[in-house]
Ligand binder design. Structure first.
Ligand code: ATP
Ligand code: MG
Length: 283
């Protein structure tokens, strides 16, 4: 499914003294099957933007069209089945006695026969890298990373065509973060769905996505391939962001080793580039 945003503006509490313009004249297009990152400082409008993608918020002006459904018109129920949003701290919404029941709760609206629901629950729990034994546990016995994965499994069970994750690793320790990111790439590849990842971490964005949208004070500041966006360190810094740390290291190294390509934004890419360079020098 594709997303088309045309001149979207959004004002919270319009017409009151608390009126707040959160999005201003945003236009963008996300094609079917893309894996896109959204970054931007706190309050830049990331969460407001993604809540327009399933019609939870409606444009104050402009249009948001998902496939051929205008989110200001009819067909919202249909739309919500296709667009799954994992909100920040989704584990706060786990409340059933067992993990199984929690995932089944979301599925209930779909009226699946018991047997099919069970298959689906097994499929999604494996898709997020957990063993099916966890299904009989209470959500409260799980680690932070496991809880987060169960919450994501609940959204996946709805078989969304577009999966949106708002800061899916917020508050997790490094191990929990790796656990969560480990399967997001898999889900994108295997299920062929559109994935949109909101994150504060430049390192995570660089590792996972190909395209990144940068928000700044409610406006769309940059939209391009990772290499394009992260090579413009000055512009990122001018809006209070930075490139991944490794980009700064590569930049300094380029002064010593002018032949290296300093457009490496992950540790793995930087290592490969340096090894290649050292081999060429040694030969
Ligand atoms: N329910 C609301 N009522 C009024 N103003 C709001 C509401 N939600 C957000 N805002 C304001 O709208 C602007 C955009 O907020 P938003 O939550 O979209 O930013 P964000 O980029 O997701 O921030 P963060 O990185 O902190 O999650 C901010 O100025 C925020 O204070
Ligand atoms: Mg937010």
């Amino acid at each position: 499914m594709s997303i088309s945003v045309e001149n979207l503006s959004y004002v919270y509490m319009q017409g009151t003294p608390f009126e707040k313009a959160a999005l201003e004249d945003i236009s963008l297009q996300i094609d079917d099957g893309e894996f896109v990152g959204i970054i931007g400082h706190t309050g830049s409008g990331k969460s407001t933007l993604i809540q327009h993608f399933n019609g939870l918020l409606k444009p104050t002006s402009g249009r948001v069209i998902i496939n051929d459904i205008d989110t200001s018109g009819k067909g919202l129920k249909e739309l919500r089945r296709h667009v799954g949003i994992v909100f920040q701290y989704p584990e706060h919404q786990l409340f059933e006695e067992t993990v199984y029941k929690d995932i089944a709760f979301g599925l209930r609206k779909q009226n699946l026969p018991e047997e099919e629901a069970k298959e689906e629950i097994h499929r999604v729990i494996e898709a997020v890298g957990l063993s099916t034994e966890i299904l009989e546990k209470s959500p409260f016995e799980l680690s932070g990373g496991q809880k987060r994965r169960v919450a994501i499994a609940g959204v996946l069970a709805m078989k969304p065509s577009i999966l949106i994750l708002d800061e899916p690793t917020a508050g997790l320790d490094p191990r929990g973060r790796d656990e969560v990111f480990g399967f997001i790439t898999d889900i994108h590849k295997k299920m062929g769905i559109t994935v949109i990842l909101v994150s504060h971490s430049m390192e995570d964005i660089a590792k996972l996505v190909n395209r990144v949208i940068v928000m700044n004070s409610g406006r769309l500041e940059m939209d391009g391939r990772i290499e394009e966006v992260f090579s413009d360190i000055e512009r990122l810094e001018s809006i209070g962001l930075s490139a991944p740390q490794i980009a700064y290291l590569m930049r300094s190294l380029k002064k010593l080793l002018p032949k290296i390509d300093d457009k490496a934004y992950t540790v793995a890419a930087a290592r490969d580039e340096l090894l290649k360079h050292l081999k060429e020098r040694g030969a």
